[in-house]
Design a protein around this ligand. Sequence first.
Ligand code: FE2
Length: 389
Amino acid sequence: MPDYGALRELRKFVAPEFVFGVGARNLVGRYAVNFAINKALVVSDEGVEKAGWLDSVLHSLRDEGVQAEVFTSVHSNPRDFEVMDGADLYQKKNCQAVIAVGGGSPMDCAKGIAIVSSNMGNILNFEGVDEVANPGPPLICIPTTAGSSADVSQFAIINDIKRSVKIAIISKAVVPDAALIDPETTVTMDPYLTACTGLDALTHAIEAYVSNAQSPVTDLHAREAINLVWHNLLPAINHPDDLDVRCRMMLGSMDAGLAFSNASLGAVHAMAHSLGGFLDLPHGECNALLLEHVIDFNFDAAIERYVSIGRVMGLEVDVNDPEQSRKNLVQGIHEFRVAAGVDRTLGQIGVITSALDELSVKAFRDPCLVTNPKSTTVVDIKGIYTNAC
Ligand SMILES: [Fe+2]
């Protein structure tokens, strides 16, 4: 009998309506009409615009007679003032809905714009769990990476520039009304972006699977996500135009999103958020460089779950030999990310040891740490950062 976890405990599962498949992005015009939208704010970024995906979405809206205002002033690790600028434009142009086309940054920014538009006040006021009083206007997300899964999650992560810290907004109000998940949009990702976003998805799945808030339903998605990402990420990097492989990666990412949105995350994300807010480092790469070190630390608190992850990956693991299993899993994940081309250390991407105290305190305060399977102190976090440097 598989380990179903604490079945008697109450667990909620939230997911948006979604359409998955090649060409899903072209349904955006029809969805906008169904939501009775005359004018939408379309949030994207320069990279996605250059790749042509923004244009194809605008085309679909135009075909259905829906007007669009475009906002592309979004950087990676989206900043609080970018959300406020987008919300200003939304108000000035009398928009009725927000449509995001892009990776995690435009989607999180769009979520922020939506809730500011219906609740007023600064985006930073909504930090925490269930702090959004009014639902936002219709929100449609079209992801262009197989990684962040903001299109199916109840998370929005925004960079508080003054405090140099990423805040988490966790609320049903940031679950999109519709996600149009089109694997074709991922073929234009370069190999490094494919690797970093894919390793982000793998981290989502692993952290959800060992989370204190897991449930049989999140387990189902987490295990399948690990299976899909593990077996398709390297083929996606080596054969970027193979649409079948891109479809499997997108499905893995979506499964990982459904898992972590409902089971939450753990120390890897708490520590990556701290790095992203303080040093503006890329989210997926931070996760990739931390994952093996957090597993090394957490392993003894969730042996059976980590062994089961190792089995899905085809690694040599056995609950009766936890020490060797821990080593094999840590080594297997290290080799996997190096094979994906993510082969540096935190030190090599700019993390200096004198920053570790502050980074550790900020990671300790991140809400993702609450569901880490092992209770973790500031000193523990500093130790993990040190190992990853
Ligand atoms: Fe993530």
